[in-house]
Design a protein around this ligand. Structure first.
Ligand code: FEO
Length: 170
């Protein structure tokens, strides 16, 4: 990208680079949820599959929100290259444990960009990311609520079917 364009962006170059890394992370999260949905779909966990398909679509929306923001600020949004998605899971519980770990990682990354933006007076970026702070709280809570079901009902046999029936899908 031409240096002059980077200098005229309404965000710091470092913020743009961090946001491009976030685009990559959201794209990876979307692909990862799709793999989890497929695992559930093949094993008859229909509500879990539905929940994870939706989650995958949501992550793509997050990716596109950031993608558009970078370009709207005069930056250069980069289409992510996503490889090596995990498709092998040992249990339904592992799926949701992996999902929670993934969300915690995303939250950390968002917080990290906000901390940088704040320190460097990149207020547009800080303001833009506020929506993601609330969204991450919500997503982490959803995963913890589901993991509580395993705690409550167990993680074998008929409990799995009963848990699947309680997976929230609007
Ligand atoms: Fe967009 Fe749940 O990370």
């Amino acid at each position: 990208m031409k240096d002059i364009a980077r200098q005229q962006m309404s965000m710091k170059v470092e913020s743009m680079d961090m946001l491009n890394a976030q685009i990559q992370m959201e794209g990876r999260a979307s692909a990862s949820y799709l793999a989890m949905a497929s695992w559930c779909d093949q094993r008859g966990y229909t509500r879990s599959a539905e929940f994870l398909y939706r989650q995958s679509a949501e992550e793509r929306e997050h990716m596109m929100k950031i993608f558009k923001f970078v370009n709207d600020c005069g930056g250069n949004a980069l289409s992510p290259e996503i490889k090596n998605i995990e498709h092998d899971f040992t249990s339904l519980e592992e799926i949701f444990e992996t999902a929670l770990a993934q969300e915690i990682e995303v939250t950390r990354s968002i917080n990290n960009i906000i901390a940088f933006a704040r320190k460097n007076n990149d207020f547009g970026v800080e303001n833009f990311l506020q929506w993601f702070v609330s969204e991450q709280l919500e997503e982490e809570k959803n995963m913890r609520d589901i993991l509580d079901l395993f705690e409550l009902m167990g993680s074998e046999g008929v409990a799995l079917k009963l848990i699947d029936e309680r997976i929230p899908v609007e």
